[in-house]
Design a protein around this ligand. Sequence first.
Ligand SMILES: [Ca+2]
Ligand SMILES: [Ca+2]
Length: 286
Amino acid sequence: MAATGTHRRAGMASASIAYAVSLLSLLLSPPLLAQSYPNPLNNTATVTAPTDVADPTPGNNSATDTNALALQAQLSVTKSLLSATPVAAGGAVQYRIQVSNAGPSVASAVAVVDSVSPLLANVSWTCQPGTGASACAQASGTGNAINVQVNVAVGDSVVLLVNGTAPTSTPATVPANSVSLVLPTGTTDPTPGDNSATTPAVPVQANALIANNDTFATAISSATGGNTPTVLANDTLNGAPVNGATLIIALQNAPAGFTINSAGVITVPYCSRLTRCPNGPSSTAR
Ligand SMILES: [Ca+2]
Ligand SMILES: [Ca+2]
């Protein structure tokens, strides 16, 4: 008898544990990647005759209704330009892509596809889910061909930031750029029209060069010739010191024989009686 009581208590204990587990499973969020309901959803009804009733055709006492469960998610995507337009040559371009899900189903393995213009260099991107209920297959990446899969929970969103560098020379225009969502097989979107978005073209503007006149404290005699200090020292390009190596530098209306190099240094030629002076006879070259 004592053993029977022990078995009963053990049975009650296992029932309590099972109840606690089922309660816990109700409290926990469902897993993001695996929707655990059976598909198709089947429901079977069975009739069983009493023991004193004989059923001559027992094979039709059970019937099953089958319903395929379909995922439907009203996904949408927006794309905006966060950086300035026009963009300065060689300047930064940044796009923001937001994928949202208005439900009713969780959207899993949705591909975010964006072919960034090849005019943009050094393209990199990050992917950030709005909450822990959503996810990105990759947190970041590089390259102009963006194709990253995301899971978007109902009422949540995922944001991608795309960074690139504008062309360094002009004229140039970064063309309009689109992003599209590709839904996995088995998921439908009742409003597919908002599953792509486009930003307008971004003109590339030449950098602002500010060139100031130069005066030299020491004259250079044509009897000796010589070099001036750089004429670029007091000039700026986009507010930064000029790097002559990135520019085309030329003298205008200069006497023959005068030259300028990429460092902005002007060379005054030596002039003697034996050489033809830039400004006439060699009277100054004694
Ligand atoms: Ca949609
Ligand atoms: Ca200057």
